[in-house]
Design a protein around this ligand. Structure first.
Ligand code: CA
Length: 361
């Protein structure tokens, strides 16, 4: 901090002409310190998801040599989990960390920037966002809310989740009360289930007390920490509903616009680093956690029947098409996402998919 104070002291003793005045204003801005608050949709210090904003805060403070300090608040500490978007939009908090699909009621197009059922994997959504027009569309979608979004984490492909009854056919979906957010929830509803949206911190109790029959959350690494293995018997895959969920750093746009350029670059770079780091963490930890769930806790790992997956896919595509017809910006984002998915999956069929198939045979 001393290093930052020195230029301010020097500036104070310079007498000035009109021209120098303007220079001074700019320089004062360059060296101004920032003490920002970041609210999240996750429990404080929650492994994976909740540590992403903590790491961004630490990186920003270190890279800016203390010029910007960000204090991170867990869900419910200052605003509820699902109050993050409004807090950043209104400017009551400068920053937030969450998932875009939570805001489907405010901005239906936001869901594409977390991911949609049978959509892009982690690598693919990063490519679409950073290199194929997704980020520009995302900023356009959040502009009316005065929010500037930056990608900030990815869970990789999730699990379908925790069940106390077996899913052997579509009949078993009928009447099933399951926590599942976003378009995945709409798919479940159309297949006869009852989707529920609850923040992560409430899921264990909801499952334990029978408020819900099933829940999805993330994957083995996170699910183990919530202890779902104590209250549910079956663990189903694949996570067709969340193929590579991208998380978001939300910044109040007025606050962002007023930042000196070097702090913008620092925040952007920190978020980019954490976007990849979180995916690496999930990839490294999930397999070990899955072994523990199965070998130590006796969880029964099950694959959804092919006809159930096929039906979910048909319904998901219908819903995506219908939603696009209702809203111009949804249509625009969907077209871009869909086109990129077609291109990238055609290439992946002859590269990654073919390789993984050959390797695992
Ligand atoms: Ca999930």
């Amino acid at each position: 901090m001393k290093k930052l104070l020195l230029p301010l002291v020097l500036l104070g003793v310079i007498s000035c002409s009109q021209e120098t005045d303007n220079t001074l204003k700019n320089e004062v801005n360059e060296y101004k310190t920032y003490d920002w608050r970041l609210v999240t949709a996750w429990p404080k210090n929650y492994p994976g998801l909740g540590m992403a904003p903590e790491r961004i805060a630490r990186l920003v403070e270190e890279m800016s040599n203390g010029q910007m300090k960000i204090t991170v608040f867990g869900a419910g500490e200052q605003v509820p989990a699902f109050g993050v978007f409004d807090a950043v939009s209104s400017g009551s908090h400068q920053m937030g960390h969450s998932g875009g699909y939570f805001w489907k009621g405010k901005a239906p197009a936001a869901q594409f920037f977390t991911g949609v059922p049978f959509g892009l994997t982690a690598d693919e959504i990063n490519a679409w966002t950073n290199r194929a027009g997704g980020l520009e569309l995302w900023r356009e979608v959040y502009e009316p809310f005065n929010i500037y979004p930056i990608p900030a984490g990815n869970t990789g492909t999730q699990m379908f989740g925790w069940f106390n009854k077996e899913i052997n056919s579509l009949d078993d979906i009928k009447g099933l009360k399951m926590r599942i957010p976003g378009i995945g929830g709409e798919v479940l509803k159309r297949a006869g289930g009852i989707p529920v949206t609850l923040p992560g911190g409430e899921l264990f109790t909801a499952l334990q007390t029978g408020v819900i029959d099933a829940t999805e959350w993330v994957g083995p690494y996170n699910d183990l920490t919530f202890g779902f293995q104590k209250v549910a018997k079956y663990y189903y895959y694949p996570g067709w509903h969340e193929p590579g969920s991208m998380l978001e750093l939300l910044i109040n746009k007025d606050e962002w616009d007023a930042l000196p350029n070097h702090l913008k670059v620092i925040i952007d770079t920190a978020a980019k680093a954490v976007n990849q780091d979180l995916l690496d963490e999930y990839t490294a930890r999930n397999n070990k956690a899955l072994r523990e769930l199965v070998d130590v806790h006796g969880v029964e790992l099950r694959k959804l029947p092919d006809d159930v997956i096929a039906e979910f896919k048909d319904i998901a595509n219908q819903i995506l098409e219908e939603n696009a017809e209702k809203d111009e910006i949804v249509k625009k984002v969907y077209q871009s996402y869909k086109n990129f998915k077609a291109e990238v999956s055609a290439y992946h069929q002859v590269s990654e998919d073919a390789f993984v198939e050959a390797r695992n045979k």
